[in-house]
Design a protein around this ligand. Structure first.
Ligand code: NAI
Length: 208
C-alpha cells in the first residue's frame, strides 16, 4: 500500500473487523455507515473517514457490502492468511493463550509451546504439547514460525527475544513487563493488561 495509514486508524481496524464479522454471522449483507455507527458507537463520519483511507469500500445509497468490507479489512490487517505462533513460557498466561481456540479464527495458529520447567514437558494444552526450550532451534528449523508470544518472567525476556531473532523469528507478542523495542530486526507488540486497568481506574476516578 503506497499511502501511509496512521497508527490510530490501524488500531481501530480490528474493532471494525470484529463488528463486521458479527454482522456476517448474523447474515447481514450490507450496512449503511449510519447503522454501523449506531452499532459501534462511533460517528458515521469517523467511519467514513477511517474507511476512506483504503478507498472507502462504500457506495452512495447502498452502504457497505459487509462480506467485502470484512474481507478487505482482513487483507489490510493481514489476518486472511495464517500466521504461525509459538508461545514461550507455559505458565498461567502461556497456557491460557495456547488454550484459546478462537485466535485461529482470526488467522493466528498456535503451533508450539515452550518452557524450561521439565515438570511441564509433554503436558498437553489443547492438543499442543509443552516442549523444552532446547528443542526450539530444531522446531523453528522445521516449522514456519512467524510470531513468538513471550509469557515468561521478565528477567528472561530479553535473552529469549534475542535468541528468537537469531533463530529467524522477527515478530514478538510481548507480555513480559520489559521494553524490548530497542532490539533490531524485530517487530514488537507489547500487551500490558495493567495499562488497560489503569485506564479503567483513571475513568473511575474521573467519574467520582
Ligand atoms: P508463570 O510463573 O505461571 O509462568 C511463567 C513460565 O515461564 C513458567 O512456567 C516458567 O517455567 C517459564 N519460564 C521461565 N523462564 C523461561 C525461559 N527462559 N524460557 C521458557 N520458559 C520460561 O507466570 P504467568 O502468570 O504465566 O506470567 C508470565 C509472564 O507474563 C510474567 O512475566 C508476568 O509478569 C507476565 N504477565 C503479563 C501480563 C500482561 O498483561 N502483559 C498479564 C499477566 C502476566
Amino acid at each position: 500500500m503506497d499511502k501511509q495509514i496512521s497508527q490510530a486508524v490501524i488500531r481501530r481496524l480490528p474493532r471494525y473487523y470484529r463488528y463486521l464479522g458479527e454482522l456476517l454471522d448474523d447474515g447481514v449483507e450490507r450496512i449503511s455507515s449510519n447503522d454501523l455507527s449506531k452499532r459501534m458507537h462511533v460517528t458515521a463520519s469517523q467511519i467514513r473517514q477511517d474507511l476512506n483511507n483504503f478507498g472507502g469500500f462504500g457506495q452512495q445509497g447502498y452502504g457497505y457490502n459487509v462480506a467485502y468490507l470484512h474481507d478487505e479489512i482482513g487483507n489490510i490487517l493481514g489476518v486472511n492468511e495464517t500466521h504461525n505462533v509459538i508461545v514461550i513460557g507455559a505458565g498461567n498466561l502461556g497456557q491460557a493463550i495456547a488454550g484459546y481456540v478462537k485466535f485461529e479464527r482470526v488467522g493466528f495458529k498456535i503451533i508450539g509451546l515452550f518452557d524450561v520447567n521439565p515438570e511441564l514437558k509433554g503436558k498437553l494444552v489443547r492438543d499442543i504439547p509443552v516442549q523444552m526450550l532446547d528443542e526450539l532451534p530444531e522446531f523453528i528449523k522445521h516449522n514456519d514460525v512467524e510470531i513468538a508470544a513471550l509469557t515468561l518472567p521478565k528477567s528472561n525476556a530479553r535473552s529469549t527475544a534475542l535468541k528468537l531473532v537469531s533463530l529467524g523469528v522477527h515478530a514478538i507478542w510481548n507480555f513480559a513487563h520489559v521494553d524490548l523495542d530497542d532490539i533490531p530486526d524485530v517487530i514488537i507488540e507489547n500487551v500490558h493488561l495493567s495499562d488497560s486497568l489503569m485506564q479503567l481506574s483513571y475513568n473511575i476516578t474521573q467519574q467520582k
